[in-house]
Design a protein around this ligand. Structure first.
Ligand SMILES: CC(C)(COP(=O)(O)OP(=O)(O)OC[C@H]1O[C@@H](n2cnc3c(N)ncnc32)[C@H](O)[C@@H]1OP(=O)(O)O)[C@@H](O)C(=O)NCCC(=O)NCCS
Length: 201
């Protein structure tokens, strides 16, 4: 089902970012998560630069939202579960959203439920990390994921935040690359603290 047009018009600032380094994923044993980051130039985006405009989304039955106040956390949790994330304590999700700097979500007008979501935490000036990028499986592949990430990145850039990172599962790297994200730029390698028992060496 193709609701939204395919998009050949990418954001100028994003499409002009060269890939600084090739992906260095191990071919034998891919890591579960790969740190991906982007150094975006500061830009002034406007609605015309998005792959799909707010008004086009609205005419297709979707409302853009950037506040958590009218977001039903149980419905959001259901979307997380539908894409394979573990179901999380709604109270913890509420706290996480309170401590979130920027978020973008899309409401399906017919059901009033969230169908796409992305959020970013950070220090508000230098760094941000994008989390919980999800699109309801029934609404995937029609441009909603791209729509929320584009707007989230634009919002962060507007705040002057140019160091934007995220963790991507290997199968989703191809979604983030055209949006301006590169794997391990400048040889920087992501490290994640492991809560598993450590091996002594
Ligand atoms: C990954 C996800 C957010 C993408 O959202 P989506 O709405 O389905 O994607 P879109 O329709 O906006 O796709 C935008 C572009 O990315 C491409 N794309 C989408 N998913 C892709 C993937 N897994 N790999 C490569 N390209 C992908 C699309 O073909 C489209 O290309 P186009 O702009 O040339 O037409 C969504 O499928 C999802 O929620 N998946 C499960 C949860 C998940 O893995 N989240 C990421 C956690 S790190």
């Amino acid at each position: 089902m193709q609701i939204l047009p395919t998009h050949h018009h990418h954001n100028h600032h994003i499409s002009s970012i060269p890939l600084h380094s090739p992906l260095r994923l191990s071919t034998t044993k891919p890591p579960r998560n790969v740190a991906v980051s982007a150094q975006f130039p500061t830009i002034n985006n406007n609605n015309n630069d998005y792959s799909v405009s707010d008004s086009d989304l609205e005419s297709r039955g979707f409302n853009l939202r950037s506040s958590a106040s009218d977001l039903n956390i149980d419905h959001l949790n259901s979307v997380f579960v539908a894409v394979g994330f573990p179901r999380r304590d709604p109270n913890k999700i509420r706290i996480a959203l309170e401590n979130t700097d920027s978020l973008v979500w899309i409401e399906y007008q017919k059901t009033k439920k969230p169908v796409a979501f992305a959020r970013a935490t950070g220090d508000g000036v230098f760094n941000a990390i994008i989390w919980d990028v999800v699109v309801d499986p029934s609404f995937q592949g029609i441009g909603l994921g791209k729509a929320v990430v584009e707007r989230l990145v634009t919002e962060l850039l507007r705040k002057g935040i140019t160091n934007i990172a995220l963790y991507s599962e290997p199968r989703v790297l191809g979604f983030y690359r055209p949006l301006g994200f590169v794997s391990d730029p400048d040889g920087i390698r992501g490290m994640v603290y492991s809560t598993k028992p450590r091996k002594r060496k």
